[in-house]
Design a binder for this molecule. Sequence first.
Ligand code: ADP
Length: 567
Amino acid sequence: MRIGVLAYKGSEAALSDWTPVIEHLNKSLPAYHFTLSDYDADGLREAVQHHRVDFVITNGGQYIALEAEFGLSRIATLESPHAASPAQSIGSAVIVRADRKDIAGLSDLRGRRVAAVAPEAFGGYLAAVRELRQLGIDPESDFGRLDFLGLPMQRIVEAVAQGSADAGIVRSCLLEEMAREGRLRLADFRVLSPRSVQGFRCGLSSRLYPDWPIATARHTDLKLAKAVAKELLSMPPTAQGFAWTVPADYQAVHELYRELRIGPYAYLRETGLEGLARRYWPFLLIGFIALAGWVVHAVRVEHQVYVRTGELRRALAARDEAEARMRENQEQVEHLSRLSILGELSGTLAHELNQPLATIGNYAQSLLRRQASGRLTPEAVDEAGTSITVQAERAGGILRRIRDFARKRAVVRERQPLEDLAREAVALFCGMQAHAPSVTVDSGLTPGAIVEVDALQIQQVMLNLLKNVDDAAKGLPEERCRIDLTLSREGDWYRVSVRDRGHGLPEALRARLFEAFFTTKPDGMGLGLSICKTIVETHGGRLWAKPNADGPGMTFTFALPADEPVS
Ligand code: ADP
């Protein structure tokens, strides 16, 4: 059975320290043969890793590291004569030469040359580092120089004594042991920031930690482990006063390692980006791929949105342009249509104007004749003057309405009394014809019935409907030429109906009444009703036609949304 020990003072010292233990075991367990193998820290770790040792004796720090890494399990803890308890047995002494008055305590170590055993040495480095860190000193960056001189530990004492190091970190009690062996004088050295712990008899700069344990490797037979434990616990103290007791609690060592983030707690140190990356690279890789995918997706979507927005904007601009062109065309067509209505009606316009002009001429001649014959009385002048004025006004009115109607202008919607619009349209219709048919306006509306419309457009509709009757009743007796224009209200709608007594239209053709270019007249354009329908619909209304049920002819009706009078 191989027992591996950490030879912190060198092979020789290890041999002399631990031989009594080996001898005791060999004596009390003769069925086994125990041998001692000494290692430095790395060597011992490797021996455990490759199952070259069955038991391990090492310091508390290496023990917890090997416990975490390879499943070592302690079976007893050393009891040293210098310590009152095995749980408080090991610490660091930070030493300087007694004549170094310039270094009073641990906090004076900044910028100094410090020697220590090794980065992973427990008493020879780490226990002191914990205290230095708590003073805000980081040995790795705040010391002027940090030399790891390795084992045996006496080298550090020598370096301090020779002055090649200003201070040295050693396991507590090393100085005292060396003094006992006559290798130095205690008075030549000083321990920095000394602590006193009751029952602890060595110079000390740090907290105390449990003494060394003996541990079994994972592969070690349990029965053997139990037997060894039993024999160690019953082993009498050696000549130097060492003995074994029940395993101590190594929690304090865990705390030190956790605080320094080393050994089993080294992962805590890796909070930097690099550490995180090293620990979580598979997640980071997945995250990165996901992020990259998302970025590619976002860029693509953005690009598509950009392209589509451009297309949409161009389409909207094209639509606006087309709408503007259509509106312009519509206005143009409406204007032409108005001129065409006038054209059709004005066939008789000359005759119509002729009548007032002839009357005016007659009165003027009669005045001249009376003047020549000396029969010009003031009454006759009065009568002629009045009649001339009336006839001139009549002719002027006709011309004004025609001019207004024929004007080219943009669409304007205004609140208008519907009845006034209708009467004006009828006046224009009748005023332009010598033998205008009789038009009866029957208003069932309250006087304030208002529509919000373009007056000229609505009058154009009315005029078109009235004008169509002329053709529909052509050649019929005067009685059948009469037109009824009726205004009524139906819920939220105002209705305007134009009823004639004409020839009507066969049912097959009625379906096509509102089609553009549908006409039955040799000189017709077939645009009037289709324009009327468009006008009414752009006002939110409807236009339709029905044959009269109770007589000849047809009735054209359009409905407009009623606009409530402003109170
Ligand atoms: P146009 O008067 O140039 O023919 P319209 O669109 O005004 O164009 O009329 C289309 C057709 O509808 C007319 O040709 C006619 O056949 C018919 N129509 C219109 N009004 C009447 C009506 N009151 N009675 C019978 N037919 C009509």
